[in-house]
Design a protein around this ligand. Structure first.
Ligand code: ATP
Ligand code: MG
Length: 394
């Protein structure tokens, strides 16, 4: 996967910009608040179908404007042809997506076209952080592999919201919900939950192997990491091979048999929204026992493994987007990451381009926002990108 260029209009702080990338390492550098992360946000939008840092895509519309536009031109390794994905994100109303000029029905039609792995400083606490962070890691990675996963997750989360609203109403009193209504909701949630659990289980199986390889090389240590998937849908590890239909029956039963408890708790207690990853080092849970450096290395290995799996599934490696992450790392880990991604296209943002040693050449893109006068006489800004390809260190 290779990005050729991106173009933006009224996207975040960028009135207009066009940035060209080269294969290998691209370093998007500049002062704070120039819009470096905004450029990555726009690229990753096409991999994920939504912004990675906005609660609503609407936030990406430049203040005072009606509509943001982002355009990504990329090429798959096996194809000489370039594909152009476009997104129009209005300040109110539905976003519009196009592939090479033709409208797409929605996000799930676009998913899988372009793949990327995003790496930001928050990901360094993947192992030590909350289960929600690890679920989100699993969901984002799995969603890029399959539009079906996106649909099932959306169906499950929508039904979960409805169910939680019902539970809250019951708890406050005055609302009667019949068994048939609870059963109908459980019947919607269970098959989706089972699909999600099955996909996550398979993903974690692949993840564990790649993480072990990266961790071993990164630390040259004796510790062996092991990652497993923990879900109520599959209560015991030795039931790991349970078929999806069995998992669906189990989650449906759990939901139907525990409504009283759930009303008392004020929330849905059973389902894939409570899943987690169990990450161990030499048999001990990393969250509780591993050192800071070890949990960091494990988190890095998980992100690198995400790229390996995307590469294995899609037949080619995704683009790696590293937002400010290398400046958070010591030189040993930085060197490892750059070495591991040697043959990939990577786009890194940084205030300190000199950090990117270890690469023979890099496309250095200096991001400077400058003012200019728009058609209506208004002051607008444009990203100046001064691209240079030269050795970082001679
Ligand atoms: P840093 O090096 O600090 O991470 P950056 O270059 O990554 O900086 P961005 O996070 O991309 O900077 O943000 C650039 C600017 O965009 C910020 O000043 C922010 O306030 C501004 N911004 C964010 N959303 C909008 C919006 N919808 N309209 C206009 N400006 C916005
Ligand atoms: Mg930034």
């Amino acid at each position: 996967m290779e990005i050729k260029k991106v173009a933006y209009e009224n996207f975040r702080n960028i009135a207009e910009a066009e940035v060209a990338f080269t294969p290998g390492t691209n370093v998007l550098w500049g002062n704070n608040a120039q819009g470096k992360t905004n450029i990555l946000e726009g690229i990753y939008f096409f991999a994920r179908g939504k912004s990675f840092r906005a609660s609503s895509d609407r936030e990406t519309v430049r203040f005072g404007e009606q509509c943001a536009r982002a355009e990504l031109t990329f090429r798959r390794a096996a194809s000489a042809r370039e594909t152009v994905l476009e997104a129009y994100i209005p300040a109110s109303g539905k976003k519009k997506l196009l592939r090479s000029g033709a409208p797409l029905s929605g996000v799930s039609e676009m998913i899988g076209d372009f793949t990327a792995v995003l790496f930001c400083p928050e990901h360094l606490s993947l192992v030590s952080g909350s289960p929600a962070g690890r679920r989100s890691f699993l969901d984002i990675a799995s969603a890029q592999l399959s539009g079906v996963y996106v649909g099932e997750l959306r169906r499950f989360m929508r039904a979960l919201d409805q169910r939680n609203a019902l539970i809250r109403s019951c708890r406050q009193g005055g609302v009667y919900v019949s068994d048939a209504e609870w059963e109908a909701l459980a019947a919607v949630m269970a098959p989706s939950a089972a699909y999600i659990a099955g996909a996550r289980r398979e993903y974690v199986g692949r993840l564990s192997g790649f993480v072990a390889e990266h961790f071993e090389r990164m630390t040259s240590g004796n510790e062996i990491p092991e990652i497993s998937y923990k879900t109520q849908v599959l209560p015991d590890e030795d039931e790991g091979a349970a078929p999806v239909s069995e998992m669906a029956a189990r989650i449906e039963r759990l939901l139907c048999e525990n409504t009283e408890r759930e009303i008392a708790a004020g929330t849905t207690l059973y389902g894939v929204h409570r899943d987690d990853l169990v990450i161990k080092l030499n048999g001990r849970e990393a969250k509780s026992y591993a050192s800071q450096g070890q949990t960091r290395s494990l988190s890095l290995a998980m992100k690198l493994a995400e790229g390996e799996i995307a590469g294995e599934s899609g037949g080619e490696y995704p683009v790696f987007l590293l937002d400010d992450v290398l400046s958070e790392l010591d030189s040993e880990r930085r060197t490892y990451i750059l070495g591991a991604l040697r043959d990939r296209q990577i786009i890194v943002t940084s205030c300190e381009p000199e950090l990117y040693s270890g690469r023979e050449t890099a496309n250095l893109i200096n991001m400077v926002i400058s003012d200019f006068e728009g058609n209506r006489g208004e002051v607008m800004n444009r990203v100046e990108t001064l691209c240079k390809k030269y050795p970082l260190y001679e």
